[in-house]
Design a protein around this ligand. Structure first.
Ligand code: SAH
Length: 281
């Protein structure tokens, strides 16, 4: 089975960002539903998921925060606006960084916000250079997720706050659904898709202390149908870019995968590990 490379993911985002932004209003991630009967617009729901992530960041005004896989920078700008922190956003997609920079210039902000292209698995920052790191729905694109987590652990200062939100499985996939899950992952560029437990273990092994393993699967699950619908509605625009057949497959697989009990989404909160001898004892 083919797994996507970093170059392919970069090309994918360079191509699809504009149409996605139109459909999703700038947040390139899923939404959050308070309850099964809540009925927010998709724009409200995606903002709410941003809120779930940035609300868990322990930061003070003036802190330096890194946003890994920042998309077009909507969460980063909100974070700077609401918390008065300086944010650096990185994405592998040059096109996204261009849009993010233009958005940052367009609004007055209480703090510095900058964007640059960088690979999350090889961050161009010194050790302990950020007070906090967030990564909103980006690590599933990493061919080497443990490496990306180690990079996050390296650049956050000891005791600094880390929040990661991502797709994950609520439990092991039974053999009869394996093919569906694998096909969904390939169609939707999920290079890594593992259980919430494995994710949390990798987080800890990377050198981060786990504070909370937030299983928000039920809150995020309604997004999947909305996502499928938005992709379907954008078929005229996305079809020629992604390929009509691939698009139809994405929609079909998204709906079927989301119906599995293993569908999941995790918000992991933690902190950079204090090491003996760093002056804290
Ligand atoms: N966090 C943003 C975007 C999520 S989409 C938001 O919530 O709106 C996933 C993001 O991960 C995209 O910006 C994509 O360019 C980025 N990405 C994928 N692989 C990457 C890599 N290896 N290094 C850095 N960013 C990457």
């Amino acid at each position: 089975m083919s797994r996507q490379t970093v170059d392919e993911i970069e090309k994918f985002y360079d191509n699809v960002t504009d149409p996605y932004v139109e459909a999703w209003d700038g947040n390139l991630h899923m939404g959050y539903w308070e309850s099964a009967t809540a009925n927010p617009s998709i724009v409200e729901a995606t903002e709410r998921l941003t809120g779930e992530v940035i609300g868990r960041l322990r930061v003070a005004p003036g802190d330096r925060v890194l946003d890994v896989g920042c998309g077009i920078g909507k969460p980063a700008l909100r974070l700077a606006r609401e918390r008065g922190v300086n944010v650096t956003g990185v994405s592998i997609s040059e096109q996204q960084i261009g849009v993010a920079k233009a958005s940052a210039r367009a609004v007055p902000l209480p703090a510095d916000v900058e964007f640059q292209t960088a690979d999350a698995m090889d961050l161009p920052f010194p050790d302990s250079s950020f007070d906090a790191v967030l990564c909103l729905e980006a690590l599933h694109h990493m061919p080497d997720r443990p490496k990306a987590l180690r990079e996050i652990a390296r650049v956050v200062r000891p005791g600094g706050s880390v929040v990661v939100a991502d797709f994950a499985l609520r439990g092991p996939v039974p053999e009869r659904h394996r093919e569906l899950v694998d096909r969904f992952a390939v169609a939707c560029n999920l290079v890594t898709l593992t259980t919430i437990d494995d994710y949390a273990r990798e987080f800890a092994e990377a050198g981060l202390d786990v504070i909370e393993i937030g299983d928000v699967s039920a809150n995020v699950q309604p997004s999947m149908a909305q996502h499928a619908q938005a992709v379907r509605a954008a078929r005229d625009r996305l079809g020629p870019i992604v390929g009509g057949d691939r698009l139809d497959q994405m929609v079909d697989l998204t709906e079927r995968y989301a119906a599995l009990p293993q569908f999941g989404y995790v918000v992991l909160a933690g902190s950079g590990r204090e090491t003996p001898g760093d002056g804290t004892g």
